[in-house]
Design a protein around this ligand. Sequence first.
Ligand code: FES
Length: 348
Amino acid sequence: MDFHSLPIKSIQKETSDAVSITFEVPAEYKKSFSFAAGQYLTLEAEINGEKVRRAYSIWKAPFENEISVLVKKIEDGKFSCFANNGLAASTRMSVAPPIGNFKLVENGKALTLFSAGSGITPIISIIKQQLFNGQDNKVVLFYVNRNQESVIFKDELDKLVATFPNQLTVHHLFTREENTSNQFSGRIDAEKCKELSSEKVLNLKSDDFYMCGPEEMILSVKNYLLENQVDEKKIHFELFSSSLPTDNTFDSSIEKATVFVTIDDDEFEYEYTIAEADSLLEAGNDSGLDLPFSCKGGVCCTCKAKVMEGEAKMIKNYALSEEEVADGYILTCQAHPTTEKLVISFDE
Ligand code: FES
């Protein structure tokens, strides 16, 4: 990946366990750091002698001409603890240019968005850009948090509602706080959607639906929308965490494969031993390549490559569309060869 050392312009505490980091982008990198609302940056830092990489969504909108990410502290999270405790403004950080398939499709006027916790980061970028794009645009947000104190970007959201009272509606739902209206408490799932829709708060005729948060919420809402005749093309989502149990074991009829890799027009070759290797990505990087990755969880799409010859199977895929999979794309962090010769390209 193409990392650049960017100066940190400011670090701001957003809640007791989340900071916002704003980067300065020197003129020579402006073009490569332009982004669409909803995309993310990959940050890299050396922490206790180990290079750690993480993907964080940009919460500023493109029209704001600033690039900021939110890092929420998670227990024992190497990068998030480092960013929340040990980072200072005026230092520099390695940052790869914005990427990501989860982005605002700029043709629908009425949007409905769902988010939970730090899933608000790409969502608030999409909201701001949509409001900026036209005064006929309408946005409804359903945002789940534990309680009032844990609402990230509360002031920013309140300001947006005050500035665009006829265009933006925000429904806060709390999971650990009393709320007089049952409609606006608890998690968002299919049952809650049914309730919100029968109360005419959720508009199933929206032009597009965007969701970012935990897997349970996304899968449940997505299924509800599909069951209610919402076109799958209108449903856009980004997973921030995958907590559903998955079977990570991989059974193969082959023991070894030879993998040929093209990246940045260079060609490499390495041997892949099924019983030992974690994934094509890990095996490639263990053999000395510098293959791109970020989440390693099948979520972010940074490790996407195309199979040019042979076959590979993915354990999990939360990032590629059915069309991309049919076209031969794989997430190398989740993929294993199933043929003895596999040719993959990161340049396609
Ligand atoms: S590294 Fe994120 S999907 Fe593979």
